[in-house]
Design a protein around this ligand. Structure first.
Ligand code: AMP
Ligand code: MG
Length: 477
C-alpha cells in the first residue's frame, strides 16, 4: 500500500530548519492497534480516503505501525514555562508523521500523540491512555464547531497495550491535525541555545507558514510578535465567550499559529464564576477561567523575551519596544472582550453604557450561581422557566437589556446552545472504557452543531446535578 491510495500529500518543510529543532524517529510500534473513533468528515476535508483499506490496515496506519513511504516522522524540540518555570521539554510522547497538504492547499501537521518514547521523554513512557485521548478528541472537535481555531482529531486507536498510571489503563494514540505545532516554547528553546541564525530562520518560517500577510515587511520579528499577540487575544476572547478553561496555558501549550492546542485538564464552566478551575494540578488557580487573559499577556511577555536580539541592534531599545508592545495586550484584549460580550447580548452602544450592563449581568450570574451558557441562551430565546431567572435583580437587568433591542441573529452566532458538559463527557468516557462508543458518538454529533440545533438537545443543555465534590480534571500524562 502506498500513500497515494490514501491521499497523503506530504511536504515536510519543518525539517529544513536547523538540526537542533527535531529528532527524526518513527513511532514505537504497538501490539494490537484498533480504531475506536474516526473522523470521516475531517478525512474528507483533508482529501484522505482510508476506505480502500481493511480495518487492520487502517489501524496500522493510524497507530504509526505502518509509515507511508514519502515521509520521515520526527519529534519536535521545545521548551516551556510550566506554571511559571522554564523547562526543556520537547515531544516526549508524540511524533509528527508529516506535513500534509490538503486539497485546499492548507498545510497540516499530522501528529500521533501517545506514540512512544522519544529523546525528549525524560522519565515518561511516551504513551497515552484511552480516556485522555478520547477527551482531547471530543473537546477539540467541540472547540472547532464553536468556531474557535483549534487543532483537530482524526482518530483514536487503542494500542492493545496497558499504560501504567495510578491504575492500569488501556493505551491509545490520537491522530492530531494542526496548522503546526510551533509554540512559544519553540522560540524559548531556540533562544536558550543563543542561536540567532536559527531564531531568525524560525521567525521567517512562521511568517511564511502562518502569517503570509507579513511577508516583505520591515522588522519581521516585531511584526510577528504583534500578529501572534493579536491572534492569541482573539483565542482567549473566544475561550471566555464559551466558558472554556484550557487548564494548562503554559508557554509550551501556546501555538504560534493562534490555534488552541493541547487538551489536557481542560473543561467548560457551568455556573459563572471567574475563579472556576478544574485541574487537579492547578492548586493556586493560576489558569482559572478569569485568569486566562492575564496569563495570556504573561505568555506573550515570555514570547517577546525570545525575540529581543532580533528587534533592534540596541538591546535596551529592543526591550523598550517590546515592553510597549506587550503592554498593548491589555488594551487589545479589553476592546475585543467588550465586542465579544456585546455580540453575546446582541447590543451595540457606548463603551461605558455597555460595559456597565455586561458587568451587572455577570455579577448577577456569579452571585446567583447561574449557568453561564444557559443564561445567555435564555436571554436569547426569551425563555425564563428556571426559577433563578425570577430573581428581581435579573429582571431589572433584563429590562435594561430589552430597551436596547438586542439583535437575535448576532446572539445566535455567539451563544452556543450546547457545550460539552463535564458529567456527560465523563459518562461517555466511562462507557467507552467498557467498549461502548455510542455515547461518545452521540455526544459528538450534538457538539458538531452548537449554534443552530433543534434536535432533542434538551438533555445536553442540562448542567447536571450540583455535586458536593467539585469536578476535577487530570493531566493524563
Ligand atoms: P503536556 O502536559 O501534554 O503539555 O506535556 C508536557 C510535556 O510533558 C511535554 O514535553 C510532553 O511531551 C511531556 N509528556 C507528557 N506525558 C508524557 C509521557 N507519558 N511520556 C513522556 N513525556 C510526556
Ligand atoms: Mg503540551
Amino acid at each position: 500500500m502506498t500513500q497515494n491510495n490514501i491521499g497523503w500529500n506530504f511536504q515536510n518543510s519543518y525539517l529544513k530548519l536547523a538540526d537542533i529543532m527535531v529528532s527524526k524517529l518513527p513511532p514505537v510500534p504497538v501490539k494490537n492497534p484498533k480504531v475506536v473513533l474516526y473522523n470521516a468528515q475531517l478525512e474528507q476535508e483533508l482529501g484522505l480516503n482510508f476506505s480502500s483499506l481493511d480495518e487492520q490496515e487502517k489501524a496500522s496506519y493510524l497507530s504509526g505501525n505502518t509509515i507511508p513511504e514519502q515521509t520521515t516522522p520526527w519529534a519536535e524540540a521545545y521548551a516551556g514555562h510550566q506554571f511559571g518555570h522554564l523547562t526543556m521539554l520537547g515531544d516526549g510522547r508524540a511524533v509528527v508523521l508529516g506535513e500534509h497538504i490538503a486539497p485546499n492547499k492548507k498545510r497540516f501537521d499530522i501528529q500521533f500523540k501517545g506514540s512512544g518514547v522519544t529523546p525528549y521523554s525524560r522519565s515518561g513512557d511516551g504513551r497515552a491512555a484511552l480516556g485522555p485521548m478520547l477527551r482531547e478528541y471530543i473537546i477539540s472537535e467541540a472547540i472547532h464547531f464553536l468556531n474557535i481555531p483549534t487543532s483537530r482529531s482524526l482518530a483514536v486507536v487503542t494500542t492493545g497495550e496497558d499504560v501504567v498510571r495510578e491504575t492500569i489503563l488501556p493505551g491509545a494514540i490520537l491522530t492530531r491535525v494542526a496548522a503546526s505545532h510551533i509554540r512559544v516554547g519553540t522560540f524559548e528553546f531556540v533562544a536558550a541555545q543563543k542561536d540567532i541564525n536559527t531564531l531568525q530562520e524560525l521567525i521567517m518560517y512562521c511568517i511564511d507558514r502562518h502569517y503570509q500577510e507579513l511577508k516583505g515587511q520591515k522588522n519581521p520579528a516585531l511584526q510577528l510578535f504583534r500578529a501572534v499577540m493579536n491572534r492569541h487575544a482573539d483565542l482567549i476572547v473566544n475561550y471566555m465567550r464559551v466558558g472554556f478553561i484550557h487548564g494548562v496555558l503554559n508557554t509550551d501549550n501556546v501555538a504560534i499559529s493562534g490555534e488552541s492546542i493541547d487538551y489536557g485538564p481542560c473543561a467548560f464552566m457551568d455556573s459563572y464564576d471567574p475563579k472556576t478551575k478544574f485541574s487537579s494540578i492547578d492548586q493556586q488557580g493560576r489558569y482559572a477561567y478569569g485568569n486566562q487573559p492575564i496569563i495570556a499577556k504573561w505568555n506573550m511577555a515570555r514570547f517577546a523575551e525570545t525575540l529581543i536580539p532580533l528587534i533592534d541592534v540596541d538591546l535596551n531599545k529592543a526591550i523598550e519596544m517590546l515592553e510597549e508592545e506587550v503592554n498593548e495586550f491589555s488594551k487589545i484584549y479589553i476592546n475585543k472582550s467588550l465586542e465579544m460580550m456585546r455580540n453575546k447580548l446582541g447590543i451595540k452602544g457606548g463603551v461605558e453604557e455597555d460595559s456597565l450592563l455586561i458587568k451587572e449581568l455577570l455579577t448577577w450570574m456569579q452571585n446567583n450561581k447561574a449557568d453561564y451558557t444557559n443564561t445567555f441562551v435564555s436571554i436569547m430565546n426569551e425563555t425564563f422557566d428556571q426559577p433563578v431567572y425570577q430573581d428581581q435583580a435579573f429582571q431589572e437587568c433584563y429590562k435594561k437589556l430589552r430597551i436596547r433591542k438586542p439583535n437575535r441573529e448576532t446572539m445566535r452566532k455567539n451563544n452556543p446552545l450546547v457545550i460539552p458538559r463535564n458529567y456527560q463527557v465523563e459518562d461517555s468516557l466511562k462507557l467507552a472504557h467498557e467498549g461502548n462508543f455510542e455515547s461518545v458518538a452521540s455526544l459528538l454529533s450534538v457538539l458538531r452543531n452548537p449554534y443552530n440545533n433543534s434536535n432533542n438537545i434538551k438533555q445536553f443543555q442540562d448542567p447536571g446535578p450540583a455535586s458536593s465534590i467539585p469536578y476535577q480534571t487530570f493531566c493524563g500524562t
